[in-house]
Each structure stands twice: as C-alpha cells, then as structure tokens.
Design a protein around this ligand. Sequence first.
Ligand code: P5A
Length: 442
Amino acid sequence: MRLSQYFLPILKENPREAEIVSHRLMLRAGMIRQQAAGSFSWLPLGKRVLDKICNIIREEQNRAGALEILMPTIQSADLWIESGRYNDYGAEMLRIEDRHERAMLFGPTNEEMVTDIFRAYVKSYKDLPLNLYHIQWKFRDEVRPRFGVMRSREFLMKDAYSFDLDYEGARAAYNRMFVAYLRTFTRMGLQAIPMRADTGPIGGDLSHEFIILADTGESQVFCHSDFLALPIPDAATDFGDDDAIAGIVKRWTTPYAATDEMHDEAAWQDVPDAKRLSARGIEVGHIFHFGDKYSKPLGASVTGPDGKEHDVSMGSYGIGPSRLIAAIIEASHDENGIVWPESVAPFDVALINMKPGDADCDRVCAEIETVLTASGKDVLHDDTDQRAGAKFATADLIGLPWQVVVGPRGIAAGEVELKNRKSGARETIAIADIAKRFGGGA
Ligand code: P5A
C-alpha cells in the first residue's frame, strides 16, 4: 500500500480531550475519530487492527468448538420482557420505538436473543453441547464514557453462548472458553490474568474477568505473582478432552486472584508478602456461568436421556475487541508512539523512501514492496514527499514492527537500513537479502 494513496490523518498536536496514552495515540495515529460521546469511527489503520484482533478471536473460538453466527444489533423488547431483564437493565439500555410504536432496543448483550434461536430449533440432548458466538456492535449508555474506545457507548463485542444438558456439561463449556481466552490474549502479546469477578446484570454464580495489568486500568485488582510464570496452553491443546481442559483451568485458578468486588482480605493475607501483586487492571474479557437464568423463563429445554424435559444450563463469554486495542497500546508503547506486537500490527513493514522522485530510490522501493508482499508481508510504502524527520516520526508513531529505509547512498552500496521498532536496533542489509530476511524466497 502506498502512503500517497492511503488515508492516514496523522495529528501533530496532542488532542486535549485524551486523558490516557492509548486514546491519545489512537487519535494521533489516525486510527479513530470520535463522532459523539463514546462513539467512534474506525479509520483505515484502526480498522486493520480491529480485523486482525477479530481474526485471532475467531480462530481461537473455532478451535474451542464454538460456531460463528451473526445476530442483529436492534432487538425487540419482547424477549427482554419475557426474561425479566427489560426493567432491571436500567438506564444503560438504549430504548427505541419503531414507527408502529413497538418497543425496540439497541442490544447491550444477546443472552435473550440467542436463547430464542436455541429454543426454536434444539429439542434433544443429542444436539448438545452447543456454543454459538458472534462479533457484533453493542450499545451501552454508560454513565461516564471515557478513555476513547476503552469505555465507549458503542463498542464491538465477541459474545459466545453455551448450551448444555446439565451443570457438568456447562462447566466443561465454561472451561473450554477459559482456555481459549488464555490462548487468545497471549496471541495478541498480552498477559491476561483470570480473576474471580462479580456477575452484575448478566447474573449467575460463577464468573471470571480476564485482566491486563496497567496503571491506567479502571479496576483495582489483587493477585499472586505466580500467574506471571504460568505456561500458556499451546495450539495442540485437545478441546475434546474435558479432564485435560479442567486441569488447565485448575492450574489457572489456584493462585489467589480477585477483582475489588470479590476481594477476600483473609485469603489475601495467606499470600506471602513478596508474592502480592496489587495493581490497576483493564478487563478485556468476562465469562459467566448462569445455569437456567434465561433458559427457564424463555422455555429453552431439551429432552434428556431420561426422557424428561430439562432447562438447559447456559453460560456466556465476552471479549471486547475495540477495548483490546486500547489495552494493547497501554501495554506496548514508548515516548515516540505505538509499538505493535507483530500479530496485530496494521502492516508488518514501513518502507520509507528517503528521496521520492529519484529514479533509483523509486525503483528499489517498488521492488522491495513487490518482494515483501509476495512473501506475505503487509507493507506501507511511504512514497510521500514529506521531510525525512516527519517520515521517521510517522513510522514510529504508527508503530509497525519493522522499518526499511531506502536512500540513494545505501542503494549505491547495494544496501538498505532495517530498524526494529521495539528494540530500536538498526542494521544494514543487502537489498538482495531482504526477502530472505523476512522469511520469503531468495
Ligand atoms: C458476556 C458475553 C457480557 O456482556 N454477555 C455476553 C456477557 N459481559 S460484559 O463483561 O458486560 O462485557 C464483555 C466485554 O465487553 C467489553 N466491554 C466494553 N468495551 C468497551 N466499552 C465498553 N463500555 C464495554 N463494556 C464491556 C469488555 O471487554 C468486557 O469484558
């Protein structure tokens, strides 16, 4: 992609409204634009990151056996009246009336709607377990939308919903999502700690929040430092083996970890002083088991092996992809800008032409772009006539993992400069070796 043909509205000044670094950098790097309080447009660079995040989430949901669907954003109030949540949900729900004066709402979550899908089709325990998820926009009229996409009113959510015959099955489904979450966040370069959490308006008796430790986090959290060294389940994890999955969850729930609301001072005192981590945290995922809270009022039951009707046992499992982007930036930036982990970077390489218009520079840049693209790398080729300093500042700000700098002097020696954004390390490399260096052919 040539920068001269791209849409990257970089801001030179620090936007005054941004209180935390991720919000400031997302605005400055031209990733998002605020449209109203807590509502944002995603510009090309931001949209690329959002898509990468969603793809990682999707791969791990699918690996754990969940099936992707897509439900509408606008819901009828009827289902919420049936479940009993229509009044309980309160002012956070955006209520809408259509032209026939029917009560509608912009979905803050989808437990009711997915239970309605389930009850329409599934009648036998033989069709279980089932886990359906979607990645869809939600609206919550937050009292205090703030910190950009971290706490917005309209935000993206991956929400999965599991259906099982009994508690044992539901617990296995909960465990599968728990393990899928450990893999998901690790793949994004994050260290997420599962913590016992309050269930709030979703309800139920078992819930974990997945927390990224960061000074700008909104919640106070308490955990054992052993979490930082626990091994992450690998890609070969067998999600069909309930006992193995339960073993991983046991390991990840044994050391002490709790959010403020669930904090138990007595248990905390049992953690050795040197192992206590009391910090601020960002909630990037939240999973719930709530049994028959929705299946009972909505009549979602199946015939069991005993020939009797059973209200299915359910759970729901959320991740905030839009909030995740802010969390990743909070965890990975420096004074010059964002430092993207490779797995979620909008492009892999910033290719910087130091002298556009110079025939050799233009030719070598075009060749490198072709070669890198052929080896599967996404390249943002800065062919603009900005000053060198401005080009470097932009490349650092948008935080692509690699910068390839092409100038006339280097070309004369058959070389270009390669800079790693994270370490700052620079090396000169023969133009002929570029493809090999990035994992492509000779
Ligand atoms: C679980 C899936 C639920 O809504 N129902 C379906 C359950 N859980 S939750 O904890 O309320 O939200 C899930 C995740 O969504 C993100 N999130 C937000 N992101 C940005 N702005 C917001 N205002 C916001 N609210 C929730 C979080 O990542 C949360 O873990």
